[in-house]
Design a protein around this ligand. Structure first.
Ligand SMILES: [Zn+2]
Length: 478
């Protein structure tokens, strides 16, 4: 295990990662609100969370990650009521779509994916705990959190809340609060809308409450890492801290990791600007899951990511370059022996790759190490200076790379087909390699007619072949 450092939003500093229990990483990740398809901005955060868990697992940690699905909120309740169905029925399709999208992007499943509506009891118990400690008050059938009682409020987001008319009695559109900063833990039922009958009265949970209750239920009162998009830091995560720490008197989370915004063509993504994309919008335009995953992972999570169609094309060629290199490494007949220094060169690349990730998941640095190695190995092969004994060290570096980035194995066509996007026209890598092998066999038995037929067949499907000096063959898509 090398040293792992994270930029912690709470302290505002880069800190070495020291988990509560050695060898175990307890992580809570805010998941989607399942009232619509998740968009690529959401998936930027989910990809960053995936890189985090994959890296910690590679470094030997046992991962305990919990992700929530917010399947109750005002929009869900209103939309379900309008559609005349229960909220479970209403959210079911979006839950299914989210899990499918995760699969398409190769995101590992967190150990637990939990639904808010399955944890009403834990939320009620947390409100009772806060009530016993006088952090709550009731107003118009709702229960509020009294922020004036929690002086540390604002420590995560560093937002100055003093200007927010503390102490003033403010009437918002619907509810009456003692203080404008106070937030609803439990919301009074509205006529015709879904509610739960509970010990603290009828109603429905506030969004912030659900994350505190589920995080502590599954991971304990103090967790190692909490992740989410930067837009959740205030008020959502600030409120989670206020609820959890007031109830337990213990620190809620040691490391807060926030993913920066994703822009599209330099602007905030919005439906009105026409630059709003779900994953499926991109699949429908012919983009591959691997290109999207690669692009989202390639910019370090603390940096703003400007998503463009050009960037997506570049990501596709980067993935293709790596896949071609891996195929070349497998197919090319290499001279025996080793080239002095090359194994060491590969080992350095691997060390650099891990050092990049250990430095607050600097994926850009990690990728640079891999591409430098690929460039050196390719040119050594071109000069016939790359030998069979050099391959294992390079393969090991590639394997490391793929345990994090997960794009080398070409599963794009299969994943798209599973979601109903027609790529059956496009020939899969396996099929190409199968046909290439068939042609090589024909050439070997000097059946050049058959070999030419296969070449033409591949050309018709957009594959160009290039024979190499040593009798091998390389291919690329037109
Ligand atoms: Zn949350």
């Amino acid at each position: 295990m090398g040293e792992i450092r994270f930029q912690n939003t709470l302290s505002g500093r880069v800190e070495p990662f020291v988990p509560l229990t050695p060898g175990v990483a307890r992580i809570y990740s805010c998941g989607p609100t399942v009232y619509d398809f998740a968009h690529i901005g959401n998936f930027r955060t989910f990809v960053f969370q995936d890189v985090l868990r994959r890296f910690l697992a590679m470094e030997g940690f046992r991962i305990q990650q919990v992700m929530n699905l917010t399947d109750v909120d005002d929009r869900i309740i209103q939309n379900a009521a309008a559609a005349g169905v229960g909220i479970r029925e209403y959210t079911e399709n979006y839950v299914k779509a989210f899990l499918e999208d995760m699969g398409a992007l190769g995101l590992e499943r967190p150990e637990k994916i939990v639904r808010a509506t399955d944890h009403i009891e834990q939320m009620v118990a947390l409100v009772e705990r806060l009530r016993d400690r006088t952090y709550t008050y009731a107003s118009d059938g709702s229960i509020y959190y009294r922020i004036a009682k929690f002086p540390a409020y604002g420590k995560l987001s560093k937002i100055d809340v003093s200007g927010m008319q503390a102490g003033a009695r403010v009437e918002t559109d619907r509810y009456e609060k003692e203080d404008v900063r106070d937030f609803a833990l439990w919301k009074a039922p509205k006529p015709g809308e879904h509610f739960w009958e509970t010990r603290i009265g009828p109603g429905r949970p506030g969004w912030h409450l659900e994350c505190s209750a589920m995080a502590m239920h599954y991971l304990g009162e103090t967790l190692d890492i909490h992740t989410g998009g930067i837009d959740l830091a205030f008020p959502h995560h600030e409120n989670e801290i206020a609820q959890s720490e007031a109830a337990t008197g213990k620190p809620f989370v040691h490391y807060w990791l926030h993913g920066e915004h994703l822009l599209v063509d330099g602007e905030k993504m919005s439906k009105s600007l026409g630059n709003f994309y779900t994953l499926r919008d991109l699949f429908a335009r012919g983009h591959k899951p691997s290109s999207i995953r690669y692009l989202l992972a390639s910019v370090p999570y603390r940096r703003q990511l400007n998503f463009t169609m050009d960037g997506l094309q570049q990501a596709a060629s980067s993935v293709e370059r790596l896949r071609n290199f891996a195929a070349r490494l497998r197919a090319e007949k290499l001279p025996e022996g080793t080239t002095p220094g090359f194994a060491e060169r590969a080992l350095n690349a691997e060390t650099e790759f891990l050092a990049g990730l250990g430095d607050d998941l600097n994926t850009a640095q990690a990728l640079a190490a891999v591409f430098d190695l690929v460039r050196d190995a390719n040119s050594a092969m071109d000069r016939s200076e790359f030998r069979s004994g050099d391959a294992p060290a390079v393969l090991s570096a590639l394997d490391r790379f793929d345990r994090i980035f997960a794009v080398l194995k070409d599963r794009d066509a299969e994943r798209l087909l599973a979601l109903g996007y027609g790529t059956s026209e496009e020939i899969s890598r396996q099929e190409v390699e199968h046909l290439v092998a068939e042609r090589q066999a024909a050439r070997k038995r000097r059946d050049f007619t058959a070999a030419d037929q296969v070449r033409q067949k591949l050309l018709d499907r957009g594959i160009l072949l290039e024979d190499t000096r040593d009798g091998g063959v390389r291919w690329k898509r037109k």
